[in-house]
Design a protein around this ligand. Structure first.
Ligand code: CP
Ligand code: NVA
Length: 316
């Protein structure tokens, strides 16, 4: 009997080599420009197993699967009871018998890793408390569209060292970019993740710095990026976080301290009045809606990577 090949999972940005990230961006851009239907997922079903709410991730994955010829199946928080109605390993083994890939949004990153360990099909991270790789890669796609030379560009992340910040730090450092994050005490990037980002930056000729002062982070930056102060699952900490992050709001004035023409990015949903001044989404330098739409194209390229489909495997 032949050995079953190990499925390719995308749980963390670090599941991709820097070369694979570059290829993924090239391919996503090519798919966006071509924008016709593809057949990489023809005859395949993909379950979208979501433990938390979602607009962008759910809709863009659903459409990515359909546009590649596959069948998406959404399973919301009330339907499966991941780890409550049924143990995670059993859910993984059952779904592996029905569908060809899983996109998962859940809480602890370890829940995703446990699912992947017991699944015989590819598992893609649609956000955990630890990482949001498809967001970070989609954001790099947006920057790549705006300026094909990413190496040497600087991203200043203002705020919480959360899932979005972690994946963006890893992705940016993988491409030799300069990633700076300004956070208040106790809300820095987790130490293990900043060590990984630093190691990637050293290897790829970029830079990583964890700072305190937003103005220091944005000085001469090409991108000013922020995310919510209170992520899904942290609602009880909201008041404490509002206090801790009160000096970390991105405003037109802070953006003006970056390079002229620097872009403003946010993964959405946003909380105007907290992490951003009320006008930021509509700011002339804001690219937030381009970011949101690029999730679709990036995720189509992720499916090609996951299934090791030839980059040119979709219909031209
Ligand atoms: N940015 C993002 O992942 O949005 P959703 O939570 O709406 O999917
Ligand atoms: N950090 C946010 C991102 C939402 C897309 C959260 O986890 O809620």
């Amino acid at each position: 009997m032949g050995m079953t090949p190990q499925p390719r999972h995308l749980l963390s940005v670090t599941d991709l080599t820097p070369m694979e990230i570059r290829e993924l961006l090239d391919h996503a851009l090519e798919m966006k420009r071509r924008s016709g239907p593809g057949d990489v997922l023809r005859g395949h079903s993909v379950a979208l197993l979501f433990d938390k709410p979602s607009l962008r991730t759910r809709v863009s994955f659903d459409l990515a699967v359909s546009q590649l010829g596959g069948h998406p199946l959404y399973l919301g928080p009330e339907e499966v009871g991941l780890g409550t109605r049924e143990p995670i390993p059993d859910v993984a083994r059952v779904l592996s018998g029905y569908v060809d890939a899983l996109v998962v949004r859940t809480f602890a990153h370890q829940r995703l890793e446990e699912l992947a360990r017991h699944a015989s099909i590819p598992v893609i991270n649609g956000l955990t408390d630890g990482e949001h790789p498809c967001q970070a890669l989609g954001d790099l796609l947006t920057l790549f569209e705006l300026r094909p030379q990413l190496r040497g560009a600087t991203i200043a992340f203002i705020g919480d060292g959360n899932n979005v910040a972690t994946s963006l730090a890893l992705a940016a450092c993988s491409l030799g970019m300069d990633f700076r994050i300004a956070s208040p005490p106790d809300y820095e990037l987790p130490q293990r993740m900043s060590e990984q980002a630093e190691a990637l930056a050293r290897e790829q000729g970029g830079a990583f710095s964890q700072l305190r002062e937003p103005r220091q982070a944005v000085a001469d930056a090409d991108v000013v990026y922020t995310d919510v102060w209170t992520s899904m699952g942290q609602e009880k900490e909201r008041e404490a976080r509002k206090l801790a992050f009160r000096n970390y709001q991105v405003t037109p004035d802070l953006l003006a301290q970056a390079k002229p023409g620097a872009v403003f990015m946010h993964p959405l949903p946003a909380h105007p009045g907290e992490e951003i001044a009320p006008s930021m989404l509509e700011h002339p330098q804001s690219v937030v809606f381009q970011q949101a739409s690029n999730r679709l194209h990036l995720q189509k390229a992720v499916f090609c990577w996951v299934f090791q489909a030839a980059w040119e495997g979709t219909s031209r």
